[in-house]
Design a protein around this ligand. Structure first.
Ligand SMILES: C[S@@+](CC[C@H](N)C(=O)[O-])C[C@H]1O[C@@H](n2cnc3c(N)ncnc32)[C@H](O)[C@@H]1O
Length: 290
């Protein structure tokens, strides 16, 4: 099989499952990550032969794509804020909305040009703390998750991206653990960020099968009875342990922008700013502890 045959093969196999742009995206990822070539080689070197071991790998990926498994899990890698992250079924695939939140944090702190310490709550792949540590050289970065398996992935990502992040295994919903978490952070927190589970159980029916069947439910869902559970607990944690004047950043469920702002106000936070993501949905909040 050469690159031209590969292009034909992937188009034929996936046409009834995905649209043209998605298939183009998959073939570019396979060319770069499995074949180690540039995506333009598809056009400039169509005669290039593919090694047989790689053909088997491609066949395996295409079989799994037909089952709507996310390509990032199939190749074990996702890009976030221009950095490579290992991903597997124990972590959420980092999303572009979260890149926007990280961009907000990095720009804010780099503009102030100050040293700061920050804790990421519910770190998953570690995409948030690793990107901050890479881009804010004087930041002291902490990250927490309830899932040990997620923390293993996050630790790997900190090492492969050559940054120092202090990881903490804990449950943010358990107030009895808060003092210990704070101690792990050296009793000094200038900022807290979190993209906690925020999809209500009732929203499952609106979700694509590829997310629902493959990504970890622990990372995604919260009960309909208390959709702001994580936001309330994290805000209370921040109320107690964040420095006065310290910053709190949240990624949020687009349906709960106003409620989350009110919650922050009631817990004594000010300078509250709600921002939309690139799809024009209320997606992130910044607030300052008064
Ligand atoms: C929406 S994912 C976010 C992952 C990553 N920060 C990102 O933006 O891609 C939420 C994360 O919170 C973690 N989590 C769920 N419940 C938790 C709890 N009670 N305490 C700490 N972390 C929790 C999950 O394991 C998951 O990694």
């Amino acid at each position: 099989m050469n690159l031209r045959d590969f292009q034909k093969y992937i188009n034929q196999e996936l046409t009834e499952f995905y649209d043209k742009n998605e298939i183009q995206g998959f073939s570019a990822i396979i060319v770069e990550d499995i074949l180690g070539l540039r995506r333009m080689d598809l056009h400039v070197k169509p005669e290039m032969e593919i090694e047989s071991v790689k053909i088997s790998k491609i066949q395996e990926i295409i079989r799994d794509l037909k089952l709507y498994k996310p390509i990032q899990y199939l190749i074990g890698k996702a890009w976030f804020y221009d950095l490579p992250f290992m991903v597997n079924e124990n972590v959420l695939i980092p999303r572009p909305e979260t890149e926007e939140l990280v961009d907000w944090i990095i720009k804010k702190f780099n503009a102030e040009n100050s040293k700061f310490s920050i804790l990421d709550i519910g770190t998953g792949s570690g995409c948030i703390p690793v990107s901050i540590a890479r881009n804010c050289k004087s930041a002291q970065v902490f990250a927490l998750d309830i899932s040990e398996k997620a923390l293993e992935v996050a630790q790997h990502n900190a090492e492969s991206n050559a940054v120092n992040v202090h990881f903490i295994h804990s449950n943010i919903l358990d107030e009895g653990k808060w003092e210990e978490i704070y101690a792990h952070c050296g009793r000094n927190l200038d900022a807290i960020v979190s993209n906690p589970p925020y999809i209500r159980e009732s929203e499952k029916k609106l979700m694509h099968a590829n997310v629902l069947e493959n990504e970890p439910w622990l990372a995604l869902f919260v009960s309909d009875k208390d959709p702001l559970l994580f936001y309330r607990k994290i805000t209370q944690f921040a109320r107690k342990y964040l420095k006065t004047g310290g910053a709190l950043f949240f990624e949020i469920n687009e349906k709960f922008g106003d409620e989350t702002c009110r919650l922050l106000e009631n817990e004594g936070f000010g300078e509250i700013e709600l921002r939309k993501d690139l799809s024009n949905k209320n997606r992130m909040i910044f607030a300052v502890k008064k």
